[in-house]
Write a protein that binds this ligand. Structure first.
Ligand code: ADE
Length: 498
């Protein structure tokens, strides 16, 4: 992750990447800082970057030209996400940090004085962010806060992968209390349960503590948590057809925009802001029509198991791109993985991933004779790999997020599988020449096992008619939901109806 910070005080920013975890991550090349001094780009011979606001008013404004030229120097003409730190922005949250940690580079623009000429903001800023409801003298401290919160979510920055998940704000609860040596300090003993070695008891105690602490310190968060728990409980009555929503809520991704579940109904509009995915369930077409009206403008994709919503969503500018069956793995025990050479992929593997997925059998060469052609497992694409949102940019994002795994054969990438942005298992693709050798099954089993380690229920979507994939799901022990699911994609504004 590369941070370009546009600032009048570059030195102030440099110290952020000099110490502790951030310092080590920078040394390892996992994160880097490009501090751009806006003053270097002024055309004023006295080095001035500010001037009086038109129409009068207190204070000075930063002028458009030096900010714009500093931005061009930082972005190099690439379409880089550009954040303006301002008290007028959207509140910075853990969710926003997670979203931004998926970018390869970010521009952070720090304002000073009374602000920045609106015209340059209109041209370059993609996100307006505030770190809290108070006014600072400039954006630098905000940029430092953002860099820290984002960098620690970049894969590899925190040694222990689990630690970024268990902490405060994961799953809408604050973190439970923690204790270290000595066992007794100033007469206070560590809670007995933590010394018991009983992992189930410890997990239950921690959850209870997290609940109590959240209720006491952050009743606002606790209200959201309780509402989601109630919705999960209602949805669990039809788990196979609702697992996508239950998991979205459990993993702290989905926000409930509307629901009648709390009063015994079946309607819900759930929005995963980060993935731009809206999940929709409606009791009947009439309600569906109203609910489609509150699907957020920014939702790129809508997932629903109600066929009558197809026409309603089509009217609202969406188009069907996948009719599929939902499959889920309900056991807790990990699956056996036959193929040995599977590992998490990183951005460095992008070129190989691209080649492996390219059409026309451009994948790794050489026949796979490991099974002597005896095994029967299919290994082809089983979900929306080739569909919308699964382009090179999406593959890069999933690599960056550490959500893609690769199986290697004779040192070359033979297939991939991973976890989609909203949390479904998928992206399974085996290179043409490596199919029917069990690599697909091993890859899927491997990803399922990673999801189980996180305490998730793995689920995915199999395109209707893909019998080979359906057989694979059954073989791995996944259940198939009774309803047909529709993935709808937002049409581009200038796209003709098809
Ligand atoms: N600049 C000034 N105040 C700010 C705040 N609260 N958040 C982000 N940037 C700022």
């Amino acid at each position: 992750m590369k941070f370009h910070v546009l600032t009048l005080f570059p030195e102030m920013m440099r110290c952020c990447l000099s110490y502790g975890i951030m310092g080590r991550a920078a040394e390892k090349g996992l994160i880097s800082l490009h501090a751009v001094d806006i003053r270097d780009y002024t055309q004023d011979r006295h080095g001035k970057v500010d001037d009086y606001p038109y129409g009068g008013g207190a204070g000075m404004l930063m002028q458009a030209q030096p900010v714009y030229d500093a931005y061009l120097a930082a972005s190099g003409g690439r379409a880089v996400r550009t954040v303006y730190l301002t008290p007028q922005g959207e509140r910075f949250t853990q969710q926003k940090a997670r979203e931004l940690s998926g970018e390869e580079e970010l521009v952070l623009l720090c304002g000073h004085y009374e602000g920045i000429d609106e015209r340059v903001l209109e041209d370059i800023v993609t996100d307006y962010i505030s770190i809290g409801d108070y006014v600072l003298t400039g954006g630098e401290l905000g940029a430092a806060v953002m860099m820290d919160a984002i960098a620690r979510l970049v894969p590899g920055v925190l040694g222990n992968e689990n630690s970024a998940q268990e902490e405060s704000f994961f799953n809408d609860l604050l973190e439970y209390p923690q204790y270290s040596r000595p066992e007794v300090w100033r007469g206070k003993a560590v809670p007995e349960v933590l010394l018991s070695g009983d992992h189930n008891r410890i997990a239950a105690w921690r959850l209870e503590q997290a609940r109590e602490r959240t209720a006491l310190r952050r009743p606002d968060l606790y209200g959201v948590y309780q509402a989601k728990q109630l919705a999960i409980k209602q949805l669990s009555a039809d788990k196979r057809n609702s697992i996508h929503m239950m998991e979205s809520l459990k993993r702290g991704r989905g926000e409930i925009i509307y629901t009648s579940l709390w009063s015994g109904g079946e309607d819900i509009v759930l929005y995963d802001r980060e993935a731009g995915v809206c999940m929709l369930a409606a009791e009947n077409p009439e309600k569906g029509k109203n609910m489609a009206g509150i699907v957020p403008e920014a939702a790129r994709l809508v997932l629903t198991a109600q066929p009558f919503l197809e026409d309603i969503l089509t009217e609202r500018g969406y188009r069907l791109f996948l009719r599929c069956r939902q499959v889920l793995y309900t056991q807790k025990s990990p699956l056996p993985v036959r193929h040995r050479e599977i590992r998490r992929l990183s951005l460095e593997d992008f070129e190989e991933v691209r080649l492996c997925c390219a059409a026309g059998g451009e994948g790794p060469g050489g026949a796979h004779d490991g099974c002597g052609g005896q095994c029967e497992e299919p290994g082809g694409t089983f979900d929306r790999l080739g569909g919308p949102g699964v382009d090179e940019a999406y593959l890069r994002k999933r690599l960056q997020a550490g959500a893609l795994y690769g199986a290697f054969f004779q040192g070359r990438l033979a297939g991939i599988a991973g976890i989609h942005e909203e949390g479904a298992l998928g992206l399974l693709h085996v290179a043409q020449e490596c199919r029917r050798c069990g690599i697909g099954a091993s890859l899927e089993a491997y990803v399922i096992n990673r999801m189980l380690e996180k305490g998730w229920t793995p689920y995915g979507h199999v395109e209707e008619g893909n019998e080979a994939s359906m057989k694979l799901q059954e073989k791995l022990g996944l259940y198939v939901a009774s309803k047909t699911f529709l993935w709808m994609e937002k049409k581009l504004a200038n796209e003709a109806d098809v």
